[in-house]
Design a protein around this ligand. Sequence first.
Ligand code: SF4
Ligand code: SF4
Ligand code: FES
Length: 253
Amino acid sequence: MDVRLTIDGHEAKAPKDMSLLDVVRRVGGEIPALCHHEGIAPIAACRLCLVEVRRPGRGEAVLTTSCDYPVSEGLEVVTASPRIRRHRAMNLQLLLPYAPDAPALHEIAESLGVTAPLFAPVTGAPLPGCILCELCVRVCAALGYHALAAIGRGDHKRVGPPFGRSVATACVGCGACHEVCPTGCIAMEDTATTRRIWGRELELFTCRRCGKPFTTVAHRTVMVARGDIPAESCDLCETCRSRDYARRLAPVR
Ligand code: SF4
Ligand code: SF4
Ligand code: FES
């Protein structure tokens, strides 16, 4: 069921309970967000996606994170105001010491007019550059591997292999966590034949057609076993697979 709402004074329609952040993005709005991925349950960790919302019949607009806020009928949303920018800027200042070199944070800093960090960089973190957004953990779990976990609390919190292990034994080397990490702090090193990630060294699988390594043998084995995509496609890299697809779609002359 669709609901009607206003976003910065413009009327919009969206499926009830869709996240406000996704709705705003679908209508072309821009909200900074580092811990969100459409389709993955939110945890509202980075606190950058703040907006103001007012429910019908309620008085003042309240400040809230938009990634975990479900839309409902009659919501009035403001995505940019001096109050929003001020709070986003402060939350960004709290993240910057953990990932002072991350381009994604610098981009957001620039958009918020943050010119200098308030706090000194954190040193000696178990995973330098990690802002503890847990996207890696959530993506890995959503893919069914559960190779990573958020461990510890407070200042001792970190992400990595569960139970304090140094190697993520359940990792198949799909590379999804490396792809989604907003700060680029997950090391993934490919040689001609192997991939190193989370303490594992996995054999690479080469494309049957072009001979380019494109995933690991372990990941390809899981894809075939699950039947996610036709078995013959599991042997092709994305480029060769797209070419096949385009060929099938091409009109027969
Ligand atoms: S590379 Fe390993 S840890 Fe990362 S998402 Fe894939 S299975 Fe999980
Ligand atoms: S490693 Fe990257 S994706 Fe994982 S919690 Fe840290 S910043 Fe987020
Ligand atoms: S994207 Fe909403 S809190 Fe991070």
